[in-house]
Write a protein that binds this ligand. Structure first.
Ligand code: ADP
Ligand code: ASP
Ligand code: MG
Length: 430
């Protein structure tokens, strides 16, 4: 029996009962002969509540101090979980990200892990302990300041530790039974996926399926760590995310490979906003100046469109989408460079949503794009922006249309299950 890393999200440790339930599950794994490292998130919606609190004292809290504040959330759950495990008669020790050896760059609020040196975790395991690690946090190699990995970052902590400790598997415990063909909170008839490739999961994650963070999937793919996404509330098998298809034992046929579907699923995202730079001279260098300004402000953008310029004025509009949380910073940065770039005005729209269809089978099925647009038009949904990759099509629509559009596309691609198997066990969906 090898080492397993288990990660428990906020909804799994939302209250004392949840922490005790998780403690029992961890002890079960230990009793089965595994060495166990458990990564925990902050309880329930603690991180959101701490952000709200910070914004009440300062509209743009300093990154360093925000990280100090937010990492407190995970410290609370790690200590309580260690206590609950000790109460069950097993030894456990909790560690902050820094103590666990999670070394990052120094970009506050969205630091990247650059190294993991889990010497203390290894020692603790070898002494017979269960190791509990605070997710979502690390320490900057340069500044030695405490950093956080961006929202949902505990998933990344878990996979990074699994890689550094050469774990058999990284189990991500959450409030649904696995990865579904759409968010079960929106599509009651979503189906649980038994196995999905890293590639399709990466696209789903970066298109808004927050059940796994895309950085965590990227990391797992790089180090070839299989991920098992499952519920901490039920005992059911979840979804395997790995490079190799899952092999299932069947009574009739012996071993049988689980095939990946043509379409893996539909993702949606309402966390982005759209910025339109109005009246940009249609000449070389303009787009470069706009996006240099944005990248200098360390803002990641998603989609871009440039309109055809009006012949009479030679001016054009450029729109792009970005996380709402970065909207204000982007507008401030562009305003500051207005004369340098040379545009008329800026428009900001945070009432947008993105719907994406993901599946490797798209490459070889030419009708998929047309069917996608037909489903949206049948549902009366207007498309504002489009972007594609080899295995994904995304559109931006009004935020109000998103849920309806997701359901329409899910049905149109035959993804609806016959039963309502998509159970949501906890969480507020915040
Ligand atoms: P945790 O607190 O455990 O990290 P998250 O809230 O980050 O949990 O992620 C789990 C949530 O992800 C689910 O409750 C569900 O609403 C949402 N979700 C979005 N897309 C999917 C999907 N395709 N499959 C499963 N869950 C999804
Ligand atoms: N607590 C952090 C968040 O809410 C990290 C995590 O849950 O993964 O984003
Ligand atoms: Mg999460």
């Amino acid at each position: 029996m090898g080492l397993v890393v288990q990660k428990y999200g906020g909804s799994s440790v939302a209250d004392a009962e949840g922490i005790k339930r998780v403690a029992k599950r961890i002890v079960e794994a230990k009793k089965n002969g595994h060495q166990v490292v458990a990564v925990v998130s902050a309880m329930g919606d603690t991180t959101d509540e701490l952000i709200d609190l910070a914004e009440q004292v300062s509209p743009m809290p300093a990154g360093r101090e925000l990280d100090m504040l937010l990492t407190a959330g995970e410290r609370i759950s790690m200590a309580l979980l260690a206590m609950a495990i000790k109460n069950l008669g097993h030894s456990a020790q909790s560690f902050t990200g820094s103590q666990a050896g999670v070394i990052t760059d120094s970009v506050h609020n969205k630091a990247r892990i650059i190294d993991v040196t889990p010497g203390r975790i290894r020692d603790s395991l070898d002494e017979g302990n269960i190791a509990i690690v605070a997710g979502f946090q690390g320490v900057s190699q340069d500044s030695k300041d405490i950093t956080t990995l961006g929202r949902g970052g505990s998933d990344t902590t878990a996979v990074a530790l699994a890689a550094a400790l050469d774990a058999e598997v990284c189990e991500i415990y959450t409030d649904v039974d696995g990865v579904f063909t759409a968010d079960p909170r929106v599509v009651k008839k979503a189906k649980k996926i038994d196995w999905i490739s890293f590639e399709d999961m990466l696209e789903l994650a970066s298109s808004g399926s927050k059940v796994l963070l895309h950085r965590c999937v990227e990391y797992a793919r790089r180090y070839n760590i299989p991920i098992h996404v499952r519920s901490s509330f039920s005992g059911l098998q979840g979804t395997w995310v790995s490079s190799e298809p899952l092999v299932r034992k069947t009574q009739q046929q012996g071993d049988k490979q689980v095939e990946q579907a043509i379409i893996s699923g539909v993702a949606h995202d309402t966390s982005e906003a759209k910025v339109t730079v109005v009246g940009v001279p249609d000449k070389p260098g303009e787009a470069a100046a706009i996006f240099r300004t944005i990248s200098d402000a360390e803002i990641n953008i998603d989609m871009i469109v440039q309109n055809v310029s009006a012949a009479s004025t030679g001016l054009t509009d450029i729109s792009f989408t970005l996380p709402k949380a970065e909207g204000r910073k982007a507008i401030d940065a562009l305003e500051k460079n207005k004369s340098g770039i040379g545009f008329d005005s800026l428009r900001y729209d945070d009432q947008i949503g993105k719907i994406s269809l993901v599946g490797a089978g798209m490459k070889t099925n030419p009708g998929v794009t047309a069917d996608f647009f037909t489903a949206l038009s049948d549902a009366g949904v207007n498309i504002e922006l489009i972007s594609t990759s080899e295995i994904r099509i995304s559109v931006v629509t009004r935020a109000d249309d998103v849920n309806e559009a997701v359901r329409a596309v899910h049905t149109a691609f035959g993804l609806d299950s016959d039963s309502d198997e998509a159970v949501v066990y906890g969480g507020t969906g915040r």
